[in-house]
Design a binder for this molecule. Sequence first.
Ligand code: SF4
Length: 111
Amino acid sequence: MKEGIKMFKNFVKEVAAYAKAGAPHVTPHQYKKRINACMECPHLRKEVDRCGLCGCLVEHKAKWATSSCPDKEVVRWEPVKIGEAGKQVKLKKDDKDNNTETSDEVQPPAE
Ligand code: SF4
């Protein structure tokens, strides 16, 4: 039960950070890299497509620019740097389907 509460708190924290930043999404390329890492991760609970460490649905978690992989031993992906000089990301107006398209202001993570 404690594990479930911990996962719920992590999920709320992730959602709050995502909403506070203006709901920025990663680019399709970044999403693909993230989701591929999750699909190969031993922590993925494949039967429910949830991260076994934080409890988030990986299809959503990987889409959110503010999210990071919770694995502290092997960080498989990190948050995306958003904008330059503190600029906020502006989603395209045609982002009706909640897809992974973003403006060019989303920066790839530092390698
Ligand atoms: S978020 Fe990280 S720990 Fe969780 S399933 Fe994806 S790669 Fe694994």
